[in-house]
Design a protein around this ligand. Sequence first.
Ligand SMILES: Cc1cc2nc3c(=O)[nH]c(=O)nc-3n(C[C@H](O)[C@H](O)[C@H](O)COP(=O)(O)OP(=O)(O)OC[C@H]3O[C@@H](n4cnc5c(N)ncnc54)[C@H](O)[C@@H]3O)c2cc1C
Length: 380
Amino acid sequence: MLQTFFAEDHEIFRKSVRDYVEKELLPHADEWEEAQDFPNEVYRQMGELGFLGAGYPEEQGGSGGDYWHVTVVCEELPRSRMAGLNMAMMVQSQMATPVIGAIGTPEQVEEFLKPALAGQRIAALAVTEPDAGSDVASLRTTAKRDGDDYVINGQKTFITSGARADFLTLAVRTGGPGFSGVSLVLCPTDAKGFKVGRKLRKMGNHTSDTAEIYFEDCRIPARYLLGEENQGFIYIMQNFQGERLVAAIAGVAGSQLLWDDAYRYGMERHVFGKPVAKFQVWKHQLVDLLTQIEAARWLTYRCVDLHNRQQACVKEISMAKLFVGELANRVADRCVQIHGGYGYIDEYPCSRAFRDVRVLTIGGGTSEIMKEIIAKCVGL
Ligand SMILES: Cc1cc2nc3c(=O)[nH]c(=O)nc-3n(C[C@H](O)[C@H](O)[C@H](O)COP(=O)(O)OP(=O)(O)OC[C@H]3O[C@@H](n4cnc5c(N)ncnc54)[C@H](O)[C@@H]3O)c2cc1C
């Protein structure tokens, strides 16, 4: 069955992504986590290698392939053991930019998408505000038309790569209240009136920057409007599908890595004369988690298959995001527990992962919001 999804070229691609992640990223994990930063060079390398452009057509600056190539990148990135860096890369290629490929003008593709996929211009997606997270339709940042420009005023928060971004895919209010007054624009961060506030200190995902950003009479050309004015809410909801799907794919792969760590440690560590993992209580826990990871993988692959064939799958993707987010937290918790005291020590990957996975049930739509969407899909 896997062969129907991953053909030979996917596996060759997987090898090149894995080689890069294990040789060029993993060795820096401790240093970059400590610094809470990573060099911009990583964007350029991943751009040049075609990892950021996976799934995009060549005429848009992509490296071609289908959504299974995107899946390969998202499955291999967790091997870097830097969830923050991985998130920044997924924002760059699968969260802030797909909407440009989908509805952008040829000029917008040239100016924003192509350099982003090449890793030359850093992208961020700016939707959330201090008073509008789950309830996207209540966002308040305004963009008022003034001649050939939009003038933007307001504030966004929790923006991944917000402090280092060269441009934002930005949600603004161009019309009246509610979802029908929202638009999407592309906002270069060198525009006058744009300001980065604080870089927020976080529980995990330390290698990504997460910023507050401000707009004070920030002027951008009206040609940077994405698609049609006041249709932004629909574009955001469509864009969320890819965002949630890559989170689920990476969440499954990350959970498998953690399970492998737990298994390895449980077999090596002896207590009361035998390996920890050989106690029935641990055998059963490990088996339960492995079964759930396998189920999560197949739910996620089902979504990838549907998404790849451009079939509607809002319900399935919401289920995958919900199921994987909750599962990844359980796996991380049990992985720490089987490590005993060592699981609480920073140098063990599960300690970092325990903090990192917490965001999976929050970012890109919380578990509660996923349940609301699924409920709506089934008429509840
Ligand atoms: C590390 C990190 C990175 C992020 N990156 C980005 C980014 O790059 N770009 C961006 O735009 N945003 C980003 N976010 C923001 C993220 O998407 C929001 O935090 C998330 O959507 C939740 O919004 P909120 O924080 O305002 O919570 P709220 O919407 O205030 O929710 C608070 C609580 O209420 C619950 N709740 C809300 N509505 C309902 C309901 N109808 N029924 C039941 N319960 C409900 C929620 O589930 C949650 O538990 C990031 C967040 C984090 C933590």
